[in-house]
Design a protein around this ligand. Sequence first.
Ligand code: AMP
Ligand code: GLY
Length: 423
Amino acid sequence: MKILVIGSGGREHAIVWTLKKSEKVSKIFCAPGNPGIAEIAECVNLKVEDIPGLLVFARQEKIDITVVGPEIPLSLGIVNIFTEAGLKIFGPCREAAYLEGSKSFAKDFMRKCGIPTAKYEIFYDKDEAIKYVKKQGAPIVIKADGLAAGKGVIVAMETEEAVIALEEIMGNKIFGAAGTKVVIEEFLEGEEATLLCFVDGKYSIPMVSSQDHKRVFDNDSGPNTGGMGAYSPAPVLNKVIENAIINKILYPTVLGMHALSKPYKGVLYLGLIMTKHGPKVIEYNARFGDPETQVVLPRLKTDFVDIILATIEGNLDKLLVEWDSKPTVCVAMTSKGYPGKYENGKEITGIKEAENLGDVVVFHAGTAIKDGKLVTNGGRVFGVTATGKNLKEAVDKAYKAVSLIKFEGAHYRKDIAKRAFNR
Ligand code: AMP
Ligand code: GLY
């Protein structure tokens, strides 16, 4: 089979790396890909937003399955367009991807279906929103309605901070049209975790649990990032909690979308918080998480292609998905200054040495080839993933690998998976 993967980050590198293990796969293309992906697949110079270009390419190359990484092409309706053209594609249609694309849609949907989430109100008017925030007081959470590249959420610990956020989002439109509407919600306290799930429209299979680390510095300090590392499994999701998530969140979500005639197919990302009243939804994403994918997919034992086909064809109920019990850890290495301003073009060494440790994979995110050399080309540069017979061994191996990879200004958190040991 010929597969086309869309995207260029660590998540897509992990997807391509996992597909590569399938005997059913003869050739993988990735648009646009990155230098790490280029070592195991053929990169195609097409942007993730270029849906017409991707469609022409998929037809020309007689691609059997297209796998979508990021949210942008999903919200642009790539799945609708490919499906109408008779092509197989893995991901939700535009209407189902709305669970990620519109926070107000997601919140109204959860309220209607009785799915546990933070209490909220929706505002179109800045002054009304500010009045509400002043009445409620802090801590309080402000969310721009549309896609804002992971930056549209402000957790305000002071009322003044929430007011400034509303001025910026609704007044100055710092996230553009995403700020026409805002969701203001109750602040929830608890440990966060992620449960990625395969969903075929009616039936769903949760993957193994994972936990992201969103803040840039150790002990969850500094600004939010795209994710500084992850590990799997996340012990906070014990069997009892996981069952509650499946019965009170996952199943009602899948049934609810089906009842709305927007059946959800693809990967559903449940961003969860374990409150003292039980697990609640922080956010839905309509795709694999990054960096969660880099720790979840390496544990997959079942042929990934079989799962993708069963998801597209609505046959997940006939499939048994198996996982390796060995834990995984991924440490993100970032450019100095990220998530703020940073410089590109720093020369990188040590990847081979790191991977030669065994049970280590270096997933590329922001890298490029310049004058024949591998250089940095983004905020998150690598996700260094290691597997161990226990979490401690996986952590030690990941950090040993990280210590071998060098580039000027390299930053990483030293406490990935620490929460699991603190339990
Ligand atoms: P999101 O972009 O929706 O993932 O939100 C980013 C981060 O903001 C989450 O990972 C949480 O740490 C935090 N957050 C979002 N909503 C809430 C909430 N209602 N209560 C507390 N923290 C929240
Ligand atoms: N790891 C968070 C996300 O993928 O949105």
